[in-house]
Ligand binder design. Structure first.
Ligand code: HAM
Length: 421
């Protein structure tokens, strides 16, 4: 038997949860004025090298890169921001006016060690606010991320923010970090030994070496006046809006493009992989990709982790069930049952038997599927065109014409959880 690749999932039983989550995320994004962008799942490898940064874990060890038949180096996208910015530059989206507010939902690929909440093909919902350098933009993005989680009914999460400074103040901070970590180097994990030269900031968010990060110098003491002012304004605005947050100077994020504000939302109901969402400001990514300087800010949310959190917090939606199941008493009534089912399916969620089941077993199937109503089509019903409508929840029965049945189903809305609000 050929099995699925390690670190990937088949979404079968719970596809209705995905649909529900995606509906909610699309709806919140649109309310914030964001519109959807769908970029290809593979791109030129160079995009991620330049965009995400050659010294990041993603580019160093996690990319699915291959040569296509034309000899081009292709990479399955490990994240969505660089592709969106590539599209922004390629289609001169700035000519449509700024800011451009885009969101995306789709699969991403990283060759990581699979574990609960960490996959090789996972899905992200992300949003990018392109073209504003103002703290208001950071706050709009942060609030969107928080509101998206709230719209799903999640409560057990924490927002942590930090500033990573800019090209003016960050080098001094990096120097200070190098000084601090130098004597500790032999004690650091293998990854951090390499990161010390390549990407010193990442030493701060290494889980294995977290003990050393506690007493490391903090970036907030090194911010230049502009970065300090920007960060203070972000905090003030969050306070004004009543958004709860914690300043966590160890948040540096694993991608190179960040400047100033960075943030993460962690779930208190998840285990080791507790980051539900992460993002921040990236003021130079677009010029890195050949566009005009266009300060921007965004985030992405891990959808599989959101699903686990929904399960832990008991916030999963109910499985949708048919509103009505049309039962044929004898084989002679099957064509009528089928035509009633097709007629009703223009407006309702309908099931009927296509397996040649006897009446009793059609009823069994109707209750197994959780159908709210059953329409019984027998010999008498065929003649009179008055059908028995049985409420499977309370057992009551009425005789009605098809148009009366339609009216009844419409009035009752049938508790169908397909009618998501
Ligand atoms: P990221 O922190 O690499 O940021 O990923 C965002 C979220 O994707 C994480 O918080 C996590 O929930 C989820 N995630 C990441 N890797 C995996 C994985 N292997 N399995 C399951 N879930 C995962 C970015 O990707 C940036 N592009 C975010 C951004 C957008 N920054 C600015 N704009």
């Amino acid at each position: 038997m050929i099995r699925r690749i390690k670190g990937t999932n088949d979404i079968i039983e719970d596809s209705y949860v995905w649909e529900w989550v995606e509906d909610k995320l699309r709806s919140v994004s649109k309310k914030f004025g964001f519109s959807e962008i769908r970029t290809p799942i593979f791109e030129a490898t160079e995009l991620f090298k330049r965009g995400v940064g050659t010294d990041t874990d993603i580019v160093q060890k996690e990319m699915y890169t291959f040569e296509d038949k034309g000899g081009r180096s292709i990479t399955l996208r490990p994240e969505g921001t660089a592709p969106v910015m590539r599209a922004f530059v390629e289609h001169s989206l700035d000519s449509r006016g700024l800011p451009q507010k885009l969101f995306y939902i789709g699969p991403m690929f990283r060759y990581e060690k699979p574990q609960a909440g960490r996959l090789r093909q996972f899905h992200q919902y992300g949003a990018e606010l392109i073209g504003s350098s103002r703290p208001e933009a950071d706050v709009e993005i942060i609030v969107l991320a928080v509101e998206a989680l709230k719209a799903l009914g999640l409560k057990e999460f924490k927002l942590k923010i930090n500033s990573t400074g800019c090209e003016k103040c960050r080098p001094k901070y990096k120097e200070a970090l190098k000084e601090y970590y130098k004597p500790l180097l032999p004690k650091l994990c293998d990854d951090c030994q390499i990161r010390y030269d390549r990407n010193i900031l990442r030493l701060l968010d290494c889980k294995k070496d977290a003990q050393y990060a506690k007493s490391a110098p903090i970036i907030l003491d090194y911010l230049c006046d502009e970065c300090k002012e920007h960060f203070n304004r972000v905090k003030e605005l969050l306070d004004t809006l009543g958004v709860d947050y914690e300043v966590d100077p160890t948040i540096v994020r694993g991608l190179d493009y960040y400047t100033r504000t960075v943030f993460e939302i962690t779930s208190t109901s998840l285990g080791a992989q507790d980051a539900l969402a992460g993002g921040g400001r990236y003021d130079h990514l677009i010029e890195e990709l050949g566009g005009r300087t266009t300060p921007s800010v965004g985030f992405a949310m891990g959808m599989e982790r959101v699903m686990i959190a929904l399960e832990r917090e008991k916030k999963l939606p109910d499985k949708p069930s048919p509103q009505v199941y049309v039962v044929a008493v004898e084989d002679e009534q099957r064509p009528r049952a089928l035509s009633i089912a097709f007629e009703l399916s223009k407006e309702f969620i309908v099931e009927t038997d296509v397996m040649g089941r006897k009446m009793k077993s059609q009823f069994k199937n109707a209750s197994k599927l959780g159908a709210h109503y059953v329409i019984i089509v027998g010999e008498e019903e065929m003649k009179s065109e008055i059908y028995t409508l049985k409420n499977m929840f309370d057992g009551s029965q009425v005789k009605l014409s098809l148009s009366e049945i339609k009216r009844r189903l419409k009035e009752e809305k049938c508790d169908s959880n397909l009618q998501w609000h």
